[in-house]
Design a protein around this ligand. Sequence first.
Ligand code: S3P
Length: 439
Amino acid sequence: MSNFVLIKKEIKNFNKVISVSGDKSISIRWVLFSSLASGVSEAKNLLMSEDVIAAINLIKKLGIKVKIKKNLCKIYGEGFNGYKYKNNLTLDAKNSGTLGRLILGLLVNSTKKIKLIGDKSLSKRDFKRISSPLSKFGVKFKHKNKFGLPLEIKGIKNLKPIFYIENRGSAQCKSSIIFAGMRTQGKTIIKAKKSRNHTELFCKYLSLPLRIKSKKKFDLIEIKKVDKINPIKYRIPSDISSAAFFIVLVALSKKSSIRIKSVNINPSRTGVIKILTKMGISINFENKKIYKGEPIADICVKSPKVIKSINCPSNLNSEAIDEFLIIFLVAAKANGISYFKGLSELNKKESPRLDWAFRILKLMGIKTFKTNNSIKIIGNPKLKVKKNIVIKNFLKDHRVFMTCVIAALSFGGKWKIYDQDSIRTSFPSFLKIISDLKK
Ligand code: S3P
């Protein structure tokens, strides 16, 4: 397989029903919770992408048995203190920030030294945001460079509960502290800016001692000592972050429609829907239900007549953080000027995504202005790209790759987009679904 795609034609109108793969955040959390459970957990529709496979390989290295057969994954948990491994173990989180950051919260009581490594992109990312709060519990860390990977963690047995203010809106940071808080005698309290709440919903479903007082801008989360986690039978819903590429493909087309089946529509993840609805895209949820605390629905989208520009409220940033690249494509076709602010976190993802958005929009011929945390996009409803565009060296960021594919299919031009295998990180079937839409 060549490692780039060539796209030379816009996609024709389509009216389709599709399914996208399992949710990445929920898949990784299911693997981690199950690795601590007493007994056999089972998941169907687990996302079989590199990030989740990295999570499975990582818990295997911690001595946990895993079996995968067709669409069913079984994890044989050995209890809340069931990890078995030698001193100086190395664990590889590959490209996954969620795995790398959450696992540290599960290792706080491990008195044997563990080294955490990752790929080139993950090694550049900020791990101080995790080691700093976890140090307050009494855990020792050594970073090879100032803030990234590799790092070394050495836990302790008598962890002290902490009070921590999490003000970035980082679910990874919040979740890591929740896992650590489960190991102390007292009560750990986190004042957390709102962010995705899958970890909290797992805790509730498992009847763990977690309480939440929900305020307008933040949550006060209390977590106490956990002794036992029951095995979890779970059917992973589809990922709204993967669905979003197809929602945007329809938003940018003329007479198309799509139904994306059984997608997780947790309100802490639906920023993309709220933003696109404000921009005039017709999006409906059908067949709504609640599954183990998580809301799920079919997402139905129709092409709009006009796209409205937006001054995007920054309280939606955390809910839409993984979708901004493609939301910016919609802004590129809007009737007017769109403005997005408070987005410094976007440059701290798998690649500096705000910088990449700016570069891609410029190449497409869209007037764009950027600071280190905001972007202003001068929309052009008649935009047609007529030149050759080459996209490479983006640290294999899966979302940069998929955004460029959607741009090529929507705006035309001749695109050569490198690092096609980056889709294996989160959405291995992405290109197959695209080619099925063309049939
Ligand atoms: C995730 C949280 C977000 C998101 C990432 C997945 C999670 O990161 O960007 O893709 O599963 O908790 P932050 O928590 O760093 O914002």
